[in-house]
Design a protein around this ligand. Structure first.
Ligand code: NDP
Length: 240
């Protein structure tokens, strides 16, 4: 229970990796605040005692309302996990403006929106932890994912700059780059694509949301006092 009483915000916690991260931090004693857009799935979190606020990370007004709600309820924010993300794959030649903008707006501008809105209370507290979820694709690229790779590489650069900017206030900013994790996002792949990916993973198996949650938990806990600005891969050895 080493997160006891910590006020933790996890974005995109209605499903997949975000849900696993939120569950882990709650099990460790955190006071959980979760977001997403699906009210039905947010209700399930309310039943668990979490503060669940519908907020689209691309919409600054909704993000500001979210942060106001947290500050009214708890008066502080200790940990932010930027996990909300989408894919909209396609070859560059055929990629529409909408496909590009949706992915950049959610995966990169969403991280900017949430960080800008939450950094002020953290600066005042002179303490805080931020973990941004990137992807191995942001490091090695992938055909058909120029928009996604750009957004996830952007998250890594953004996080390094922010880590330097806020280090003097004892705010640690890190990135977790998952490989192939079993969630709804990866269920869209064909069996052939899945087998091809498995061949590239030295551990020979896909990851689970809980595997990513363990890394995030370490980074935001008191166990981590001296790691900031880093990108930790959680990918079964996919990128070595
Ligand atoms: P899922 O599609 O299963 O879940 C995505 C989550 O993001 C949902 O909770 C969704 O909530 C939320 N979300 C999407 N758009 C928005 C938005 N505009 N505002 C608020 N919430 C939003 O994805 P995963 O769990 O697989 O992925 C989670 C993160 O991990 C993403 O950033 C993804 O890029 C990254 N990742 C995933 C990998 C994988 O193999 N699965 C590999 C590498 C990285 P709702 O629908 O309720 O809005």
């Amino acid at each position: 229970m080493n997160m006891l009483g910590k006020i933790v915000l996890v974005t995109g916690a209605t499903r997949g990796i975000g849900k696993a991260i939120a569950k882990r931090l709650k099990d460790e004693g955190a006071e959980l605040v979760v977001t997403g857009r699906d009210e039905r799935l947010l209700d399930a979190w309310r039943d668990e005692g979490a503060l669940a606020v519908a907020a689209d990370v691309t919409d600054n007004r909704q993000v500001e309302n979210l942060v106001e709600t947290i500050m009214e309820r708890h008066g502080r924010i200790d940990v932010v996990v930027n996990n909300a993300g989408v894919t909209q794959d396609g070859l560059l030649m055929r990629m529409s403006d909408d496909d590009w903008n949706k992915v950049i707006d959610t995966n990169l501008s969403g991280v900017f929106n949430i960080c800008r809105a939450t950094i002020r209370p953290m600066l005042k507290q002179r303490e805080g932890r931020i973990v941004n979820i990137s992807s191995v694709i942001g490091v090695i690229g992938n055909a058909g994912q120029t928009n996604y790779a750009a957004s996830k590489a952007g998250v890594i650069g953004f996080s390094k700059a922010l880590a330097k900017e806020v280090a003097s206030r004892n705010i640690l900013v890190n990135v977790v780059a998952p490989g192939y994790i079993d969630t709804e996002m990866t269920q869209a792949l064909t069996e052939e694509q899945r087998q091809n990916i498995l061949r590239m993973i030295p551990l020979g198996r896909t990851g689970q949301g809980e595997d990513v949650a363990s890394v995030v938990h370490f980074l935001v806990s008191e166990q981590n006092r001296y790691i900031t600005g880093q990108t930790i891969h959680c990918d079964g050895g996919l990128v070595i």
